[in-house]
Ligand binder design. Structure first.
Ligand code: HSE
Length: 393
């Protein structure tokens, strides 16, 4: 069974409680010794002596060999994780923002301290994509990795498309159901899936990229007109992060809404479900489907990391080869749909060509090819009320 894990846990929210529920159903030779929580006044389902607000009660406890970090605040999480690793403790986290924003430093600290830092639950909840990219696809040529990485946006898109719900109504429901981030702009603005994509890029291609350098446009400017457009053409809209290796070995990364047809494997990924689509040279197309959020699904990924630590498991970041690191490029042309109001937008955003143009009093769009770097350069102009951009299949 391996060595006993003595755990100190930061946070006891949706995922923390989910993890606890799973752990108590099994005899796993592990003990959660202490929980550090923010709000001592909140009523808890466990004895009060298990809880403290003092983080050093975990960080300075030499009996605790494993820290599980499940708090919301990415900056506080980073500080805690660094301290825990430096104290020689292994760490498991599900904090995609914190991991994506600090990956290089976290890898360096692991190397210096000989500790292990695992974060399967940070990317697509219950779907075991990180460990598969690390281990199973170790020697594969990965053409692309994409999918539905954000349950909240997908839930909103499903409700608007299938049940004619309004955007605000669907977003409120996603918040009530607990999928959405505390700041839901992270979901609908495609920051959350961008953080997940940055983590995927490290394990799929060995690229350590600042998420700020990846283009993200979400569904926050979506309008019922876009849904009607999609329905008329038998398409659905999905918010898709995309990592693709080009023939020159460079890697393109972006997150955009995308119109897909009913032959696309992601067409039926509905509501809060996630799906990861891997296209590889030899294995060909593979698809992972499952719950991307929620206490028990994410808790199951966190538990899998915890038990992997018992066997000394570490990510090796095998795709990252110093001096031969794959590089990111924005030299890539996309076919997009752009709904707009004012023609002057095209003074700024230069299309290479336009294949379709529609204009009525209150609905105007073009479909055409545009360079990724052109969208990146004009992101602020495009991310405005009255404008919606999505990739065409
Ligand atoms: N807000 C995230 C989502 C939670 O909607 O997918 C899981 O990372």
């Amino acid at each position: 069974m391996g060595k006993k894990l003595v755990i100190g846990m930061f946070g006891f929210g949706v995922v923390g409680q989910g993890l606890y529920d799973i752990i108590k159903t099994k005899n796993l030779n592990l003990e959660i010794k202490k929980f550090v929580i923010k709000n001592p006044a909140k009523k808890r389902s466990l004895p009060s002596d298990l809880f403290t607000t003092e983080e050093d009660e975990i960080l300075n406890d030499s009996e605790i060999n494993t820290v599980v970090e499940l708090i919301d605040d990415a900056d506080a999480a980073f500080r805690i994780v660094k301290k825990a690793l430096r104290a020689g403790k292994n760490v498991v986290s599900a904090n995609k923002k914190m991991v994506a924003q600090n990956l290089s430093e976290l890898i360096k600290i692991q190397e210096e301290t000989g500790t292990s830092f695992l974060y399967e639950g940070a990317v697509c909840g219950s779907i075991p994509i990180i460990r598969n990219l690390e281990e199973y696809y170790d020697n594969e040529l990965l053409h692309s990795v994409s999918g539905v990485f954000n349950g909240s946006s997908n839930y909103i898109l499903s409700k608007m498309y299938n049940e004619n719900q309004g955007y605000e109504e669907a977003l409120t429901k996603a918040q009530e159901l607990g999928f959405a981030e505390t700041d839901p702009t992270l979901d609908v603005g495609a920051f959350d899936p961008k953080f997940k994509l940055a983590i995927v890029a490290a394990h799929a291609y060995g690229i350590y990229i600042d998420p700020d350098d990846i283009l993200n446009l979400g569904i926050d400017k979506l309008d019922s007109k876009d849904i009607i457009f999609a329905k008329e053409k038998d398409l659905k809209i999905k918010l898709l992060p995309y990592a693709k290796e080009l023939e020159n070995g460079k890697v393109v990364l972006y997150v955009l809404p995308r119109f897909i047809d009913n032959q696309h494997i992601l067409f039926n990924v509905e509501n809060e479900n996630n799906g990861v689509l891997v296209k590889a040279a030899f294995a060909d197309e593979q698809f992972f489907y499952g719950k991307g959020a929620g206490g028990h699904p994410t808790g199951s990924a966190v538990l899998s990391d915890i038990t992997a630590l018992r066997h000394g498991y570490k990510y090796e970041y095998k795709k990252h080869i110093n001096d031969r690191e794959a590089t990111y490029t924005a030299e890539y042309t996309l076919k997009v749909y752009l709904r707009y109001e004012d023609e002057t937008l095209f003074d700024k955003v230069k299309f290479d060509n336009i294949s379709e143009r529609y204009s009525s009093k209150d609905f105007k769009y073009v479909i055409g090819e545009v360079k990724l770097k052109e969208i990146i350069k004009n992101r602020a102009e495009i991310h405005q009320d009255g404008i919606f951009l999505a990739e065409m299949n």
